[in-house]
Design a protein. Structure first.
Length: 151
């Protein structure tokens, strides 16, 4: 299931918008400073299936192979979220895929809605942030997919 969203953090004004949007910088214990969002979110899955990830495309393929897409109502803490840039939601051909996947996060809290779900995600080589799904930088896209955590 794909959810259309409107992201709120302008790429050029990230620092100024973090505080006013209640975005919390959290200690990054899951990965090294130079690693990026897919390393952070998919570390356990990649290790379990002995995969090395080279980009968001690899991360998407890993989820596609070993996870399943779920509705937000069924999401649990620890499930994965992917961000996509969809050009035309009305087109039967425009679907989330590896080529339009630009960001990964981990669900930290959820009430079963997009608006009430909090994620942890690593922004580039920057910090890990705890934020609402829509409070990430706009360059990550305009749609999300929720993935069942691999046990």
């Amino acid at each position: 299931m794909t959810y259309a969203i409107e992201l709120t953090i302008d790429n050029s004004e990230v620092d100024e918008q973090i505080e006013c949007n209640n975005i919390e910088k959290i200690k990054n214990a899951r990965c090294k400073e130079f690693e990026v969002c897919y390393d952070y979110a998919l570390k356990d899955i990649a290790k379990k299936f002995k995969r090395r990830l080279w980009g968001c495309e690899d991360g998407y393929y890993l989820l596609e192979e070993f996870s399943s897409q779920i509705k937000i109502e069924n999401a649990k803490v620890g499930d994965i979220i992917t961000y996509h840039d969809i050009n035309d939601f009305d087109s039967e051909y425009e679907k989330p895929c590896s080529g339009n996947c630009f960001h990964f996060g981990i669900i930290a809290e959820t009430d079963g809605t997009i608006e009430g779900t909090i994620i942890n995600s690593k922004w580039g080589e920057d910090n890990v942030y705890k934020t609402k799904i829509c409070n990430v930088v706009t360059l990550y896209g305009n749609a999300v997919v929720i993935w069942k955590q691999v046990n």
